[in-house]
Design a protein around this ligand. Structure first.
Ligand code: C2E
Ligand code: CA
Ligand code: CA
Ligand code: CA
Length: 278
């Protein structure tokens, strides 16, 4: 038993060491990408369900390691928050998103680019200035920009966040609640925040076909959005049967692998071009 104990400790420290090495490598990669401004931003199409026309894109960040593998934001966003790099990261995503939006203006259709912002970014007093500066330097109209925040970001620093989002909303920037239905907050914030869009979390879409409860939740969120005059986006739409169910429910917009994976900006632009021509 004594031996076993020692082995367990040894095993644990090896695991820990591997974990630390991984983290160290990731941190290095992240710092380097931000210094060189080589962070990758992909754009995933959002499709208006009635017309089948693209109406916008969501910007999704990626890192690339030395072997060319893509690293998920689920790994590096929390790290960026932890080590104080989320503002820099967010600024680079916003810059690339505005540059892409500016390119989209050439298509002569009002398309939105939706950017994820973390709670920490919104709490930064300079956030609004940065958004304004980005829109101005890329000559993008504020209506083309959408910001996605999670429910937890809203309740984090309620009064300050509300003020910041109100200012942005007054400028014409659209505000979306991301991962709707998974947070711990109450529904009362739907009244106090200047919202335009609800994005139903993809877990509900995933289980919609097999599980009555998820189906009921999606249906209810669609009705909630309608009652509040909000635009409804379903994400993680992968199958035609999910699409037809969402259509029956009168969901406004769908985003997911069924239409397209997140694409590099040139491919995303071409997707929009083809879609508009069709
Ligand atoms: P999210 O905002 O909920 O983004 C949707 C995620 O679902 C993306 O994962 C997207 O690639 C994935 N997805 C899209 N369609 C489908 C589908 O049909 N099926 C499935 N299974 N997945 C689909 P991704 O790109 O790995 O991003 C993960 C999360 O990282 C995002 O979740 C978002 O919370 C965060 N994130 C990404 N980029 C940024 C960023 O620039 N800033 C911040 N603060 N967070 C970001
Ligand atoms: Ca999002
Ligand atoms: Ca989401
Ligand atoms: Ca998510």
């Amino acid at each position: 038993a004594k031996n076993q104990g020692r082995n367990a400790v040894c095993f644990f420290s090896q695991e820990l060491e591997a974990e630390l090495m991984k983290r160290h490598g990731l941190e290095h990669l992240l710092r380097e990408a931000l210094e060189k401004e080589s962070l990758i931003v992909l754009f995933q199409p959002q499709i208006e369900m009635v017309s089948g026309q693209v109406c916008g894109f969501e910007a999704l960040a990626r890192l690339q390691d030395s072997d060319g593998n893509w690293i998920s934001p689920l790994d590096f966003i929390p790290l960026a928050e932890e080590i104080g790099l989320i503002d820099t990261l967010g600024q680079q995503v916003l810059q690339q998103s505005c540059a892409f939006a500016s390119q989209l203006m050439g298509l002569g259709k009002d398309l939105k680019v939706s950017v994820n912002v973390s709670a920490q970014q919104i709490r930064n007093r300079q956030f609004i200035d940065y958004v304004v500066q980005c829109l101005e330097s890329s000559q993008v109209r504020s209506r083309m920009l959408e910001l996605e925040v999670t429910e937890s970001a809203l309740i984090d620093d309620y009064e300050q966040t509300r003020k910041t989002l109100q200012t942005l909303s007054n400028m014409g920037v659209s505000i979306a609640i991301d991962d709707f239905g998974t947070g711990y907050s109450s529904l009362s914030y739907l009244k106090s925040f200047p919202l335009d869009v609800l994005k139903i979390d993809q877990s509900f879409i995933k289980d919609m076909g097999s599980d009555e409860q998820s189906h009921g939740i999606v249906q209810t969120i669609v009705l909630l959005a309608k009652a509040l005059g909000l635009w409804l986006v379903a994400e993680g739409v992968e199958t035609p049967s999910q699409l037809s169910e969402l259509r029956t429910m009168n969901c406004d917009v769908a985003q997911g692998y069924l239409y397209a994976k997140p694409l590099e900006s040139q491919a995303a632009y071409e997707f929009a071009e083809r879609n508009i021509a069709a």
